[in-house]
Design a binder for this molecule. Sequence first.
Ligand code: PGA
Length: 254
Amino acid sequence: MGMKKIIVGNWKMNPVELSDAEEILREVAAGTGGFSGVNIVICPPFTFLENLVTLSSKKIAIGAQDCFFGSTGAYTGEVSAEMLRGMGVKYVIVGHSERRALGDSDELINKKVASALSSGLKVIICVGEKERDDSGEYLNFIRKQLTVGLNKIRKSLLKNLIVAYEPVWAIGKNAVRVNTPEDTLEVSIFIKRVLVEMFGREGGIKVPILYGGSVDTNNCEGFLRDGKADGLLVGRESLHAVNFIKIIRIVNEL
Ligand code: PGA
């Protein structure tokens, strides 16, 4: 049997009420009970983490959408990876394009990744170009996100690293178009190649590559089957329990 697929739900700044957050998680848990081929991760806003951790299980882990580096210090408004770990959070998304748009640089992301990995969290680092060009410049852009974002990461921590490829132009309500499985395959091969250059074949090849950006019940299969993704990072559709369960079911049956 191959590696279990990873399905991450990124709730972004939703929902407003804790009761709604609990309801979605309960529904997803109830609807995916018998699925053995997937690892599910739900990433709610910080305020719901503690409550949702109590509802988490072996199959559904809880992740944060960002973290800061260091363990404590004079960083008003920030939450450290170590604090998250202490709370029972298992995963953290770092470098999401919406965080990058708010100012997270590759250098800052690198510090966050290093800190989160040393704290024992599994890290989902997001990379992806803002636009596609014909000359292949977008691949250089992704290469830089990886080489700077993962600079000096210890090889022994790579087992807790996941890369999510999310072309910015395919994310959210304003997506230009949906990415194709062929595009996904091309870029995930490229990402693997850069990881192997950085960490050697042993370490680099095993890092799972997820696809994210306008994933829904209709296109999810293609990204895994033809795009050969190791899993999915799902935004909008992860807030609709019924659709999210459908996506997970499709992936589980592949
Ligand atoms: P989307 O978001 O599925 O709503 O496009 C994906 C993401 O930003 O992680």
